[in-house]
Design a protein around this ligand. Structure first.
Ligand code: TYM
Length: 344
């Protein structure tokens, strides 16, 4: 690792189109962190299996998320891009964490409750233990920093609890093997920028999500320019003008969302956007937002389309990344096996 021993890990599920929330909440920050950290970015195909995926669609979506990473500016040579299932350390460490994490901890996970809904008895066991696999993703590389959107915060707190409990439960074994007392790092979540929770364009109380049945609720990274502009034109707003101060966005979720998106896309704080547009109507703001979104996302979408024609290249990136990721995880897993008392 480079100076400072800081390693970034993050993952994105290949379960559907990448959207503006994934981009602003996560991928844009992944790109920036490449300047200061050693980064590992993972397409988490094992997490995708927690809900039914058509196998052919999983292959296509895994390639598409990879293309989204590369098109956004992630450099797979200086950093690592791979798909989770190619590195067996994830599954192996997840099992150990299944035995470290407590039922009570997982029972509190709001994402499980949301996803399982009323039909809890019929949810997969994998959906319930999903956060343990997430902790394994991060800790198999002893990653110190994890950039994510706001919705992953609770899962990252669990990853910290798991690391802490492992370090405590196995403290004497860790010591007996001459290893550092804090064997697993207590990972820092990085939830940064003005758009850590991008909301649906149709309903400011709902998160923008791949699983929303309405395509008008989200901007996909593969949308063409006309579609992007149309979705912004039709985005829900309220009848008031844009406020001049940030507290004027309180209790106005749609306005708050669009201003946050503008701020994130133009790399400035919300306050600056309000200085520019305060007092103006949405009919003036929306075309400016559409133009900005097309300017930023248009080239990414075009680049993704180019990669879509070259699946061989994408698979090569994933295979190479998996090889390098395995090499980082191998010595860590060797220590883990000794710590817990496995022979061999
Ligand atoms: P996933 O695939 O749902 O989302 C990928 C990333 O996008 C962020 N995100 C959003 N950010 C802002 N606004 C939104 N509307 C929005 N929707 C999604 C997510 O917070 C995430 O950062 N469990 C993770 C994947 C994962 C992972 C990991 C992440 C697996 N292992 C280890 C970090 C570390 C997930 O389902 O993300």
């Amino acid at each position: 690792m480079s100076a400072g021993l800081q390693r970034v890990f993050s993952g994105v599920q290949p379960t559907g189109d990448l959207h503006l929330g994934n981009y602003l909440g996560a991928i844009k920050n992944f790109v920036t962190l490449q300047d200061t950290h050693d980064c590992i970015y993972c397409v988490v195909d094992m997490h995708a299996l927690t809900e039914w995926q058509d196998p052919a669609a999983l292959v296509a979506n895994t390639r598409e998320v990879t293309a989204g990473f590369l098109a956004s500016g992630i450099d797979p040579k200086s950093h690592i891009v791979f798909n989770q299932s190619q590195v067996s350390a994830h599954a192996e460490l997840a099992w150990i964490f299944n035995c470290v994490a407590r039922m009570g901890w997982l029972n509190r996970m709001t994402q499980f409750k949301e996803k399982a809904g009323k039909n809890r008895e019929n949810a997969s066991v994998g959906l319930f233990t999903y956060p343990n696999l997430m902790a394994a993703d991060i800790l198999a590389y002893k990653a110190t920093h994890v950039p994510v959107g706001e919705d992953q915060k609770q899962h990252l707190e669990l990853a910290r609890d798991i690391a802490q409990k492992f370090n405590n439960d196995f403290a004497s074994s860790i010591q007996a093997h001459g290893l550092a007392e804090t064997f697993f790092p207590i990972t820092e979540p990085l939830i940064t920028g003005p758009a850590t929770r991008v909301m649906s364009l149709r309903d400011g109380s709902k998160k923008m999500s791949k699983s929303d049945p309405s395509d008008m609720s989200r901007i996909n990274l593969t949308d063409d320019r006309d579609t992007i502009a149309k979705k912004i034109r039709k985005a829900k707003t309220d009848p008031l003008n844009i406020p001049s101060e940030e507290n004027g966005l309180e209790a106005r979720p749609e306005a708050d969302n669009l201003v946050g998106i503008f701020a994130a896309l133009s790399n400035q704080p919300r306050g600056e956007v309000l200085k520019q547009f305060g007092g103006k109507q949405f009919s003036e703001f929306k075309p400016a937002l559409a133009e900005l979104a097309v300017e930023v996302l248009g080239p990414i979408g075009m680049e993704m389309a180019r990669f879509a024609d070259d699946p061989g290249y994408i698979d090569g990136v994933l295979n190479n990344g998996a090889q390098r990721a395995s090499e980082i995880a191998a010595p860590i897993m060797r220590d883990v096996r000794r710590i817990v008392g496995y022979i061999g």
